[in-house]
Design a protein around this ligand. Structure first.
Ligand code: SF4
Length: 516
């Protein structure tokens, strides 16, 4: 047994070790997809997860919780860092090894409606994974699917039904049955109960706890409902702008939160007892833009306890009490803080002017404004709503034309953003890249022989052999940006090119339709 395997087999070795994990989503802009910034969804995340443990991950929307879960499972490729599962580096596995790992690490998705294939029966949804991993074959997979359905509280006879025939709670149970089908050791529960009614939430939480004991599972439980996390988690990691700011045993965190952000989060939990006095901490300002997070402590633009050094020095995540980690300069030099430094005890006059907010509640520090914020099209940011993965989609030309009438035609007939344009034609993109046409496909104006009258009507197609490499010489004069005479695309209404008769036909057809 290798040293690595020995370490993995040791009862004290963590099941999962994540170190300095980073995931930056590139933001690209313009027709040529210039890389203008990165959204730092994960910015150096480290933690351990032990066997049969439940780690809750909490934080505001956009803090990187879901990205963390998906990156660990390698549904998203990381930018940097390592994640070791039983000693194996997940990010270093080849395709075959990664498939084998998939039977040990699984995920339960947030949305029970979109996470099941509507064209497949439940028997196939659960059974296909079993067959793919070679656990059962043929009709035996349906028998196993029936067992799994019954284990999660549904009738085995449902295997021939389709997802649309079930309620949200039943679908989530099917999702759980699918996740446990391969007998995994670790499951990422990505907001697994957020989309369910409260009563159904309780049933699903109980089911998850029962399965954990029965199958010796470990969970990473991502949620924004702190009450749910307190119920199910052994330890809790609090995330803010792509970093873990506090990591602790669940009870210790809820009783004695050390980090100011955690104190503010916990103060938002509704108290069932109206007679109990509580301090509600309202953070001012918005979460800073993850494309341009503040220097130093990411939280300093909203922290009522911020000091000057918080603006420049990022605090380390250190173990302040046994098993209780926090990243905050307030505790520098204090070995084991018995009491948390509380926002409630804070004198507002001691907050430096540099982190004050204006009367409207807007943070006035310059770091909260991304350098390209106004510049970046909405399309570039769509992927960051947590609903999609991968690199931003390229911006489509029609949307640019609608939103940016200032775009011009370049010398090759391509659409050019004035900021992206090239003055030196040798830097211009290949014509084929822009138009999809090869040079010999192009229909060009006839070149009249010397001494003859030019013929305006006729055109000829030149072969590739005849093509002299100069795309520009024979093209109609579209203007050149460097000469300042490029026609603007928005000057021409596309409908103007439709013959009048056709326009009339269409409008009359529309009229008839509206009358109907
Ligand atoms: S490091 Fe400074 S800004 Fe950050 S949480 Fe602590 S006191 Fe607040």
């Amino acid at each position: 047994m290798s040293e690595q395997q020995a370490q993995a087999a040791s009862p004290t070795a963590p099941l999962l070790e994540v170190r300095d994990l980073k995931k930056y989503f590139p933001v690209k802009k313009g027709l040529f997809s210039r890389h203008v910034a990165d959204v730092k969804a994960l910015d150096g995340v480290s933690f351990d997860l032990h066997a049969q443990e439940t780690l809750g991950v909490v934080g505001e929307s956009g803090c990187g919780k879901t990205t963390l879960g998906r990156t660990i499972l390698r549904l998203i490729e990381p930018t940097a860092g390592t994640a070791r599962f039983e000693g194996r580096d997940i990010f270093d596995l080849d395709r075959k090894s990664l498939r084998a790992l998939r039977s040990e690490v699984q995920i339960i998705f947030q949305d029970p409606y979109s996470s099941l294939n509507p064209r497949q029966t439940i028997g196939n949804i659960i059974g296909d994974a079993l067959e793919l991993h070679g656990l059962v074959t043929g009709d035996a997979r349906f028998d196993r699917a029936k067992e799994l359905l019954e284990r999660v509280g549904l009738q085995g006879s449902y295997i021939n039904r389709y997802p649309h025939e079930f309620s949200g709670g039943q679908r989530q149970r099917i999702g759980i049955a699918r996740a446990i089908a391969l007998k995994p050791k670790f499951i990422v529960c990505d907001e697994a109960v957020s989309a369910l009614d409260v009563s159904v939430q309780a049933q699903v939480l109980n089911l998850l706890e029962d399965l954990q004991q029965e199958l010796e599972l470990s969970y990473m439980f991502i949620a924004h409902d702190l009450a749910v996390v307190r119920h199910i988690a052994d330890r809790v990691a609090v995330m803010y702008l792509g970093r873990i700011v506090e990591l602790s045993d669940c009870d210790d965190l809820f009783e004695q939160p050390l980090h100011p952000y955690t104190q503010a989060l916990l103060s938002a939990i509704p108290q069932p007892d109206p007679t109990r006095e509580r301090l509600r901490i309202i953070l001012e300002g918005d979460v800073p833009n993850p494309m341009s997070p503040p220097q130093g402590c990411h939280f300093h633009t909203r922290c009522p306890l911020a000091m000057e050094r918080c603006r420049t020095e990022p605090p380390e995540l250190v173990e302040l009490r046994p098993g209780h980690w926090s990243s905050c300069h307030l505790y520098d030099g204090i070995e084991q803080p018995a009491e948390a430094i509380r926002i409630a005890d804070h004198d507002p006059a001691s907050t430096p002017d540099t982190v004050r907010t204006d009367p409207d509640g807007n943070v006035t520090t310059e770091e909260t404004v991304a350098p390209f914020e106004d510049d970046i099209l909405d399309d570039d940011l769509e992927m960051f709503d947590g609903s999609s993965e991968g690199d931003p989609l390229p911006v489509e030309i029609p949307s640019i034309l609608g939103d940016q009438p200032g775009l011009i035609l370049g010398p090759f007939g391509e659409i050019v953003d004035p900021e992206d344009s090239y003055l030196d034609l040798s830097e211009a993109p290949a014509l084929e890249t822009i138009t999809g046409l090869r040079p010999h496909d192009m229909t060009l104006p006839r070149i009249a022989p010397a001494g003859s009258e030019p013929d305006d009507e006729e055109t000829e197609t030149r072969s590739a052999d005849e093509f002299d490499g100069d795309d520009t010489a024979d093209l109609p004069a579209l203007g050149n940006k460097s000469q300042g005479n490029s026609p603007r695309l928005d000057d021409t209404d596309p409908l103007d090119t439709v013959p009048v008769a056709e326009n009339e036909e269409q409008s009359s057809a529309k009229d008839h339709k509206s009358e109907d």
